[in-house]
Design a protein around this ligand. Structure first.
Ligand SMILES: [Fe+2]
Length: 304
């Protein structure tokens, strides 16, 4: 019998240029420190065959953020494969993620499994007359929800139809139908439900995006949501969580299992979060409103 294929998943690494403030500010972890802690925890505890990173690799989509991310990922002694998130600028991501051992492959077939890497914000990209795509202006991708769009949805369907592997696993940034009011999106969920109707060999999903590690199902397929390295939360009880990652084992018979690992440290205490963040997660206020309230509070504090 063949041994299971072992993968570690990182997501939402949100690398920044040295000394730059995090997008959205307030409470963000030092993502260089978080990456080092996660890297060391993985090295000390797991034998792996591959590492996967599911998007929001850079915090602002800047070129130097990808240089730093690519250097960091190349420290793993197994191959690393990545897909982009909404914080990723597709042009910079495509040009700068590559390193020996770090790639942006869309399909990786191993024994009875095919690992398919989706751009779950591809619907924000703009088609050019030349047939290429470019990023939308004014960082419109940065705050977008999941949107596959016709091109990516067609690619997923055609790719899954032509793959010969018996079992397919989808890696992507936005987990479809995540049970969190903040990220609820009926249109994106509908894109996946339509697709899944035609994709009987898809055995599950590995995603990120919500910064709330979770496990649930869509259309009978399990969805694993990885922790973030920028800031990370539990909904029950309502606390901050330390940064972390997931591990997976893919068996030749099509079964798979996954565990979440959090790297507890005094830098990232599991403290309760207040009413403001709770309102954000319940969808009562948006990110912009949250930022305005925090700025107003800080200004009031500063003026005594
Ligand atoms: Fe993120």
């Amino acid at each position: 019998m063949t041994a299971p294929f072992r993968i570690a998943q990182l997501s939402d690494t949100h690398f920044l240029e040295d000394g730059a403030p995090a997008e959205g500010g307030e409470g963000a972890y030092d993502t260089d420190e978080a990456f080092d802690a996660v890297f060391e925890h993985i090295a000390a505890n797991h034998e792996l065959d591959m590492v996967v990173v599911t998007g929001d690799i850079a915090d602002n989509g800047f070129a130097d953020e990808y240089r730093k991310a690519a250097d960091a990922f190349s420290r793993f002694d197994v191959p690393v494969n990545v897909c982009p998130g909404n914080h990723d600028h597709f042009g910079h991501y495509s040009a700068r993620m590559g390193r020996p051992g770090v790639s942006t492959s869309r399909v990786i077939e191993i024994d009875t499994w095919a690992h398919v890497f989706v751009d779950s914000a591809a619907g924000t990209l703009l088609d050019q007359p030349s047939g290429t795509v470019i990023d939308p202006p004014e960082q419109a991708r940065l705050h977008s929800n999941g949107v596959l769009g016709e091109r990516e949805a067609a690619w997923i369907r055609e790719t899954c139809d032509t793959i010969t592997a018996e079992h397919i696993f989808i890696w992507l940034h936005h987990p479809p139908a995540a049970p969190l009011v903040l990220t609820e999106d009926a249109a994106y969920e509908a894109e996946w439900r339509t697709l899944l109707h035609h994709l009987p060999r898809v055995r599950g999903f590995g995603g990120g995006h919500t910064h709330v590690p979770d496990d649930y199902e869509i259309d009978g397929r399990p969805v694993a949501v990885a922790p973030s390295l920028k800031n990370n939360f539990s909904m029950d009880p309502q606390t901050w969580l330390p940064p972390g990652y997931r591990t997976y084992e893919f068996a030749p018979d099509g079964s798979w299992s996954s565990n979440t690992h959090l790297v507890d440290d005094e830098r990232w205490p599991r403290r309760p979060f207040g009413s403001l963040l709770a309102s954000l997660f319940r969808g009562e206020i948006g990110h912009d409103e949250l930022r305005q309230i925090i700025e107003r509070r800080n200004a009031e504090r500063a003026s005594g």
